[in-house]
Design a protein around this ligand. Structure first.
Ligand code: CP
Length: 360
């Protein structure tokens, strides 16, 4: 509280804007190790992105490679989306997804129309999603939608004439979050994105694969990289944590899965620890319990990284922020670059960025 004419104590200390080392060495390593294949990105041209299952291994690797090129030298982009308009329609709260999509589009030179409350649109008067989508097609080049109802994005697909990106549909999927997750993993271990990977990794997922959309999409992508994943350990006290057919489908794609109740006894064997705070149940959500809490004192394997799609709750203690295990801030930051790569590909302007190279 500032009293009278006295400066706030923080200002008396002459505080500077906080900085965080972000470095370009890791995206540079990814660029160096993965050969460029822009042809793979052409497959995204004028396509909807609704499920992580639509991707394949090479497309994910090339999106991450392009994201790395953008992260290193964003000034080389020549504003490839100049003249294009994005609509972001977020009918459920968001900090990262909406703002990183909008940041990505702005950085690419495009313009944005943003809806954060359906009550300000014709939907408040009962307008159907199909009709809203018809209008979106008139006003924009790409739509990004978040909706509590898993079916909404599919309703819009019926009439949309521009590509739509699913930015979270109920408990179903959040495919671009999974891309950001993989981008973080590849920056940590670029060899995993190559044809000559090193040691396979053990991934822990603290959460619920049936009810957490980020986990559902991440598992789809991990299954495309099953060859470099020794095992995925789902840490959850419940017996039945997979949706109908989910576990079998993942296993058929080669992903080795194990469910374990305990966190502390499994943590020392995990290379990547993915934790999420919220499982949706109808219109509300439940959080992880204290038994699934990560702190700086948790028994991590040396060199292990922690990922979290955020927003965090008590399960991710702030004491972890200043440790080397904190890769969740890098994960959130990288989401902008991977979304820039995705958006550029979807509006068929890859040719304007495919020559992004690391400095010699
Ligand atoms: N990761 C993620 O979806 O965060 P937001 O809910 O803030 O968009």
């Amino acid at each position: 509280v500032v009293t009278g004419l006295e400066l706030h104590p923080l200002l008396r200390r002459g505080i500077e804007v906080r900085s965080r080392h972000v470095g370009i060495e890791r995206p540079q390593a990814l660029l160096r190790l993965v050969p460029e294949n822009p042809e793979a990105l052409l497959a995204l041209g004028n396509r909807h992105v609704v499920s992580a299952l639509q991707f394949d291994r090479e497309l994910v690797v090339q999106l991450c490679r392009l994201a790395a090129g953008i992260e290193i030298q964003p000034a080389l982009l020549h504003m490839p989306l100049t003249g294009k308009i994005l609509i972001t329609a977020f009918y459920e709260p968001s900090t990262r997804t909406r703002l990183s999509f909008e940041s990505a589009w702005h950085r690419l030179g495009g313009d944005i129309l943003s809806i954060t409350d359906p009550a300000t649109t014709g939907m408040a008067k009962g307008e159907s999603l199909a009709d809203v989508a018809e209008m979106f097609s008139n006003y924009s080049d790409v739509v990004v939608l978040r909706d509590r109802d898993a079916a909404s994005v599919y309703s819009m697909l019926e009439t949309l004439r521009v590509p739509i990106i699913n930015a979270g549909n109920g408990i179903d999927e959040h495919p671009t979050q999974a891309l950001a997750d993989l981008y973080a993993i590849f920056k940590w271990r670029p060899d995993l994105a190559t044809d000559t990977p090193g040691q396979p990794i053990r991934v822990g997922i603290i959460g619920n694969p049936a009810k957490m959309r980020t986990v559902r999409s991440l598992l789809h992508l991990l299954s495309m990289f099953a060859a470099v994943i020794e095992e995925v350990v789902v840490i959850n006290g419940d017996d039945d944590v997979f949706g109908e057919g989910q576990r079998d489908a993942l296993a058929q794609r080669g992903l080795r899965l194990r469910v374990e109740p305990g966190l502390r006894n499994n943590l020392p064997a995990l290379d990547v620890v993915y934790i999420n705070s919220i499982a949706w149940i109808g219109d509300t959500f439940e959080r992880l319990t204290q038994a699934h809490r990560l702190t700086a004192d948790s028994p991590f394997k040396p060199g292990a990284i922690v990922l979290h799609p955020l927003a965090r709750g008590d399960e991710l203690d702030v004491s972890l922020d200043d440790t080397a295990h904190n890769w969740y801030f890098s994960q959130a930051r990288g989401a902008t670059f991977v979304r820039m790569a995705l958006l550029t590909s979807m509006v068929e302007r890859v040719h304007r960025v495919a020559d992004v190279r690391p400095p010699s």
